[in-house]
Design a protein. Sequence first.
Length: 181
Amino acid sequence: MMDVEAMDRIRLMQGDITKLDVDAIVNAANKSLLGGGGVDGAIHRAAGTGLLEECKSLGGCFTGEAKLTRGHQLKAKYVIHTVGPVYSGKPQDAKLLADCYLNSLTLAVNHGIQSIAFPAISCGVYGYPIDKASTIAITTVFDFLKTSRSIQEVIFILFSALDFNTYQNVLKKISGNQAAI
Ligand code: ADP
């Protein structure tokens, strides 16, 4: 019963994360936290130079960890910057990717954030295969929501239709397994 409820707090969307009106958006950043390409570049462009100024004070971030800033010119109140692993094919990739989601959610809870949106961390330049990464993303978030009631909504926002379809299939599979228990 409670697990079904946790699944109801997960939503999939296709589009641009910088446009979302949520408490926090998650940035797939690099270790410098000083901006980059992909979703990182898009977030810095939309948030304005105030975000870069704030990021300069953070001293970077290790892979799998997460740090929080204000949202500046974004609709989102906060940006949670996390650094995904560069895909290597080794077992530690999965642990580091799961840590990104866990540490972001923990920061969110500690700041009273109720709605949060994730991009497909590591699935661009960092080369993580989307089918593997989406399974880790969804199961990690789902398990977290089962134990924490303070987050009301977790959105996975995918840029491409193909990525969206992959997430949709994985979500169906995981919620199907859940219903069967
Ligand atoms: P990484 O370096 O962690 O792989 P990227 O930014 O290269 O990060 O890619 C992560 C994912 O973010 C990719 O699936 C990419 O398609 C997606 N992406 C890029 N721009 C946006 C955006 N504005 N909103 C949502 N997702 C985006």
